[in-house]
Design a protein around this ligand. Structure first.
Ligand code: FNR
Length: 391
């Protein structure tokens, strides 16, 4: 594993400004709006719509940004934060910072090496990646590229419990250190950008590599996916959705694995309290980046109430709408133990594969580090709610 740099902010800034002296601009924009605009110009319309789009008229996506903007930082001066320690432990797994890549499906639409590029970048940064159920490569292949890097597996629990069990056991066998069950996508949301292009990647055989490489899934097919890809894709669509999923069914996971189990997609304090009382190991506050329920509250607005309901009994993670290092700082301030990055790293991937993912993550690390320095925080423990306005 490569040693992670210790003073991310000044190092990364200096590298960019020094190159700039000879007239060179950074290969990847540090400004999110520019990053997104470049991804839009370079990706196919279908790929960009799939990545950028949300549910309905995209008010939940707007609410995610608005909730992050409503929270304002009130920096402490003269905090003596000359050295910052960003290192974190997530389920005992050491990481360079409390930052992970959230699971994102069909990364082959952004770059042919998709998840493999992400796995390499995250290994080199020593940051955890969450491998998606809808990845473009089998989890074992992603794990190989990720090597001794920290990784977790995200599970979509569809109609077949046997398939869910097989995914979980494969994930444990290939070195994933926790299972994130995504609760908010038991059926696909209403996504006008994709509908207007008539484009669903899975129907074209994209993003179903975990399934086509799985013995339980393969045994359900009339012919191997290599011989009849269409039948495999069609069968996937038959079994993916199961909005009847409930607390009783997901409890079965305990007999399949000893790994920590995280519930991703919790947005309410009562659901969070229930998750803790059912014995789950962590919660991830998320609304799937506004891709599922339109008209929902911004995810950051749910974080405080969930953290209060959990009351320190398990870690609470957060994603949805994070675009910069200050956003990460805000989520940490409100009690998140680690923060998931979504669309930004996918745009980096689209623009430059592994190098693009690395650059986007480094920018986030740099800005988080500088924000800590400027707010007087030497450690993550010092990122406390009193750093917020009106606290
Ligand atoms: C996702 N997300 C997601 N979540 C998950 O659990 N499994 C998955 O396969 C996917 N796939 C996926 C594809 C695309 C294109 C996007 C944008 C998102 C949701 C993801 O993990 C995360 O919750 C959101 O991306 C967070 O929102 P932002 O920060 O991207 O706006």
């Amino acid at each position: 594993m490569t040693e992670a740099p210790r003073v991310f902010g000044p190092e990364i800034q200096a590298a960019i400004y020094l190159r700039g002296l000879s007239g060179a601009k950074p290969d990847f924009p540090a400004c999110f709006a520019e990053l997104e605009a470049r991804a839009k110009a370079e990706l196919t319309p279908e790929a960009f719509a799939y990545i950028a789009g949300g549910a309905g008229i995209e008010t939940t996506m707007e609410a995610n940004r608005a909730a992050l903007q409503r929270v304002e930082i009130s920096p402490h001066m003269l905090g003596g934060a000359g050295v910052r320690d960003l290192t974190a432990k997530i389920f005992g797994v050491p990481a360079a910072a409390p930052i992970m890549t959230s699971p994102i499906g069909v990364l082959e639409m952004a770059h042919p090496e998709g998840d493999l590029s992400v796995a390499r970048a995250m290994r080199n940064l020593n940051l955890p990646m969450i491998v998606s159920s809808q990845a473009s490569f089998p989890m074992e292949q992603i794990a190989k590229e990720n090597g001794d890097g920290p990784r977790f597996f995200q599970l979509y629990w569809g109609k077949s419990d046997a398939l869910a069990e097989s995914f979980v056991k494969r994930a444990e066998a290939c070195g994933c250190k926790a299972i994130f069950i995504t609760l908010d996508t038991t059926i696909l949301g209403w996504r006008p950008r994709d509908l207007d292009l008539g484009f669903l990647p899975f129907l074209r055989g994209k993003g179903i590599a975990q399934y086509t490489s799985d013995p339980v899934f393969r045994a359900m097919l009339p012919a191997p996916p290599e011989e009849n890809a269409l039948a495999a894709a069609a069968h996937f669509t038959q079994i993916f959705s199961d909005p009847s999923l409930d607390w009783a069914r997901i409890a079965k996971i305990r007999s399949w694995t000893k790994l920590p189990v995280v519930l991703k997609g919790i947005m309410r304090a009562d659901d969070a309290a229930k998750a803790v009382s059912e014995g789950y190991d962590a919660i991830m506050v998320s609304n799937h980046g506004g891709r599922q329920v339109d008209g929902a509250m911004g995810a950051l607005a749910a974080l405080g109430p969930v953290v209060a309901a959990v009351d320190g009994r398990v870690p609470v993670f957060f994603d949805s709408g994070v675009r910069c290092g200050a956003d990460i700082f805000k989520a940490l301030t409100l009690g998140a133990s680690a923060v998931g990055i979504g669309r930004p790293y996918v745009y980096g991937l689209g623009l430059g594969g592994e190098a693009g993912v690395k650059a986007v993550l480094e920018y986030l690390l740099a800005e988080l580090d500088l924000t800590m320095a400027l707010c007087g925080c030497c450690s993550l423990a010092q990122i406390r709610p009193d750093l917020l306005e009106n606290s």
